[in-house]
Design a protein around this ligand. Structure first.
Ligand code: TYD
Ligand code: MG
Length: 457
């Protein structure tokens, strides 16, 4: 007979299972992350082992039309609807990750309230706060009169029983998966086995009932959702709620989406009365711009299908160190190193004796290569201590040869700049443009040398 409670050792960072405890996980290299848990693999004879006889399932063909129009719950929070790809799909599971205090609970309360207001049945399970605390927050958000079902519960069986007992739930909110625990498992709440088992049961329930499931997941210090990647595989959509606690802006970003694109972002502002949607992020990221300071350039970027203008700030100061400092916030550090080398090699402007700091205003993170030209303009402006004219925007990718390559969505970027009152755009020479209705003056540069010339350096 097999031993009643076998145990296994599970790395809490990556989910790797081993037979023996170790100080360092052999799979991911994390220290002190291995915890003993009860073995949850199905016992022999449970029907899950090899050799069991399966049942014949009906096969479908790809051309069946039924699935074509997915009906979505449009929440009315248009920034969330944008990120999810047009609304929340019934039966789908969405995981929302984010640092503590960033506003996950606030967002989900607002979403659940939007469901309830639209006459749909939303149920909110909180494992982190008492029901009274949630009620207090709802009051602050002006949502206290909304008929939203609420319970403080962390026991998975109780949650499932409650859901099965009541009327069909259109939306189930679980805040958070790390607080859940299943009776059947001996591991503590928040461990990999518990999080995995709880998520699995809830996702299965949601799929069977056609309820949309919203799960909150905490992130670890390196930014991944705690309780490993396995949870991300189980859900349809993974959203990250990001932001700097010093700034009021919050950005909702899709890391995975089975029902839409992953390059859209939703922008919110944390205000006294909860999260406010920001329909025009450019105004937000340019809001407190102090013109006429050297080292500031406005980048006309794209986030998904939406243009966003954002200020890039550079500070170049003489260095007292043998190896000068390079510090970047909101941009890629190796991209900065490359750009500095290109400016040095192609324009003869050297940063070797200078510390370089680069910052993207407002807490936004830029991943587009098109930001090169704006960053280059900011760097050149700072090292020469000459302010750039405030009514200009920049975009274009700089290659190692110094050539400026065309970017996608050039007309949208220009239109956004014109809408916000900019007068001139510095952009790549290559790439076709329909300039019919555009009043913006265009300076098209072929090479980064052209940018230096245009700035008078
Ligand atoms: P919360 O949703 O509790 O964050 P999370 O669930 O991600 O841990 O929100 C945390 C912060 O938001 C809290 O520090 C206070 C702030 N906040 C506001 O500024 N305005 C509001 O209306 C609310 C509800 C919260
Ligand atoms: Mg919370």
């Amino acid at each position: 007979m097999a031993k009643a409670a076998r145990s296994q050792f599970v790395c809490q960072a990556c989910g790797a299972v081993s037979a023996r405890w170790a100080g360092k996980c052999g799979a991911c290299g994390e220290w002190n992350s291995i915890i003993e848990e009860a073995d949850t693999s199905p016992p022999p004879g449970s029907g899950m082992t090899r050799g069991s006889k399966g049942r014949v399932i009906p096969l479908e063909t790809l051309d069946r039309r039924e699935s074509e129009a997915i009906k979505r719950h449009v929440t009315g929070l248009s920034e969330l609807d944008r990120v999810t790809g047009g609304g929340i799909v019934p039966g789908s599971a969405i995981l929302i990750g984010g640092e503590p205090g960033i506003g996950k609970s606030t967002l989900l309360l607002q979403v659940a309230a939007a469901f309830a207001r639209a006459g749909k049945n939303a149920v909110y399970f909180t494992g982190e706060e008492a029901a009274a605390q949630v009620r207090l927050r709802a009051e602050r958000l002006g949502l206290s009169a909304v008929p939203l079902a609420l319970a403080a519960e962390t026991n998975l069986s109780n949650i499932l029983a409650t859901l099965a007992d009541g009327k069909h739930a259109d939306l189930i909110v679980i805040d958070s998966v790390q607080t859940l625990w299943a009776d059947a498992l001996e591991a503590a709440p928040g461990t990999v086995s518990q999080v995995r088992a709880a998520t699995q049961s809830l996702v299965r329930y949601a799929k069977a009932e056609g309820s949309a499931l919203l799960l909150v997941g905490h992130v670890t210090k390196d930014g991944n959702i705690a309780g490993p990647k396995v949870v991300e595989h189980m859900v349809d959509t993974v959203l990250y709620f990001e932001g700097d606690r010093g700034h009021p802006f919050r950005i909702l970003r899709a890391a995975k989406n089975r029902f839409g694109a992953t390059d859209e972002i939703g922008v919110f502002e944390m205000a006294g009365e909860g999260l406010r949607e920001v329909a025009n992020p450019s105004e937000l990221f340019l809001g407190d711009r102090t013109s006429n300071a050297p080292g500031s350039a406005v980048f006309a970027g794209m986030e998904g299908t939406r243009p966003i203008l954002v200020e890039i700030q550079a500070l170049v100061v003489p260095s007292g160190l043998g190896t000068p400092r390079r510090a970047v916030v909101g941009w890629d550090a190796s991209r900065l190193a490359m750009l500095l080398a290109v400016i040095d090699a192609r324009c003869g402007i050297s940063f070797a004796q200078h510390d370089v700091y680069l910052n993207v205003a407002g807490g936004l993170k830029i991943t587009e290569p098109a930001a090169d030209l704006a960053a280059a303009a900011a760097l050149m402006s700072s090292i020469s201590n000459v302010a750039l004219p405030p009514d200009r925007i920049y975009f274009g990718e700089v290659s190692l040869s110094g050539a400026v390559r065309p970017s996608g969505h050039m007309p949208s970027r220009l239109k956004e700049a014109q809408k916000l009152g900019f007068k001139r755009a510095i952009l790549p020479a290559a790439g076709d443009l329909e300039t019919g209705s555009l009043k913006l003056e265009l300076s098209r540069v072929e090479h980064i040398k052209g940018l230096a010339d245009a700035l008078g350096l």
